[in-house]
Design a protein around this ligand. Structure first.
Ligand SMILES: NC(=O)c1ccc[n+]([C@@H]2O[C@H](COP(=O)([O-])OP(=O)(O)OC[C@H]3O[C@@H](n4cnc5c(N)ncnc54)[C@H](O)[C@@H]3O)[C@@H](O)[C@H]2O)c1
Length: 273
């Protein structure tokens, strides 16, 4: 408790899933949480859930992380209300809404002539440019507070699997490392937190849904279960808090070991005799 006491935390994508869970956890740790989501009603619901638990939260108008004016007014309202920004968690995944399943289509099925409306370019714009924009607008405030940036880069950005989505999220990891470098002289730290297969509204209708080709992959995870939103929130609290003051540029993955351990039968002691 109180590991983020008095810190102003802007979190995009608080309408559901990881974003909502992280908002609740940050508030429980004493942060003043600024909610924001394309689904404004759901973001306001998260704000109410936080208030019900005794926390402090605010939801400026609807947030669209692909729209500069929207991101600017969200950030400015937060600064007006709470006096600054200490933590930015750029969690919203605009790709799911803007591009649907496009990000997961196979390479040779994907169009790209490097125009904005193409499959690859539109995914990059939704998933990479939106993070870039959200960070860019908050950056002067983070420099002023010697703050912390968190982005989201799942396991598939390390291992491949979902062509355009994997490429965009791998770019988010690279961007985050660059932020770690450029932020260091100002005391700004930057991390990318990586979910694996996580049970959430998005994955229930996607990867974990009946008929999805990837369904069942969670049974092969070394730790034997899909993640839950709290797994990632634990890592996020640590990385946003002073407990990790000497860590920057990290990319911890809460993926049950998927990206670290080869799938297959566990080697038993009797096999090694
Ligand atoms: N849940 C998983 O299994 C999983 C796996 C890999 C990666 N991730 C990543 O973790 C992050 C959170 O995942 P999740 O499962 O909670 O996602 P989700 O799809 O459940 O939630 C994303 C939230 O972002 C909001 N959003 C979408 N477009 C927006 C926009 N333009 N502006 C503002 N808000 C917008 C949505 O309304 C939604 O509330 C995402 O970056 C996602 O890519 C999740």
């Amino acid at each position: 408790m109180n590991r983020l006491e008095g810190k102003v935390a802007l979190i995009s994508g608080t309408g559901r899933g990881e974003g909502r869970e992280v908002a609740l956890r940050f508030a429980a740790e004493g942060a003043l949480v600024v909610c924001g989501d394309l689904s404004h009603e759901e973001a306001v619901r998260t704000q109410r859930l936080i208030a019900r638990e005794g926390g402090t939260a605010l939801t400026p108008g609807p947030l669209d992380v692909t729209d500069e004016d929207s991101v600017r007014s969200w950030t400015e309202e937060a600064v007006d209300a709470f006096g600054g920004v200490d933590i930015l968690y750029a969690d919203a995944d605009a790709g799911a809404v803007r591009c649907g399943a496009t990000g997961s289509r196979p390479y040779d099925d994907l169009s790209s002539t490097l125009r904005a409306q193409d499959d690859l370019s539109s995914t990059m714009r939704a998933e990479l440019d939106s993070v870039w924009l959200t960070v860019r607008v908050a950056w002067p405030h983070l420099v002023a507070s010697r703050g912390c940036v968190l982005t989201a880069g799942p396991t598939c950005s390390l291992t491949g699997r979902r062509t355009a989505h994997s490429a965009a999220k791998a770019a988010v990891i690279a961007l985050t490392r660059q932020l770690a470098e450029e932020g260091a002289p100002y005391g700004v730290r930057a991390h990318c937190v990586g979910p694996g297969v996580t049970v959430a509204e998005g994955s229930r209708s996607g990867l974990l849904a009946a008929g999805h080709p990837g369904r069942g992959s969670d049974r092969h995870l070394p730790l034997g279960r899909a993640g839950v939103a709290g797994d990632l929130a634990d890592a996020a609290v640590f990385l946003a808090s002073g407990e990790s003051a000497y860590i920057t540029g990290a990319h911890p993955v809460a993926d049950g070991g998927r990206s670290a351990v080869l799938p297959g039968a566990t080697i038993r002691k009797d096999m090694c005799k």
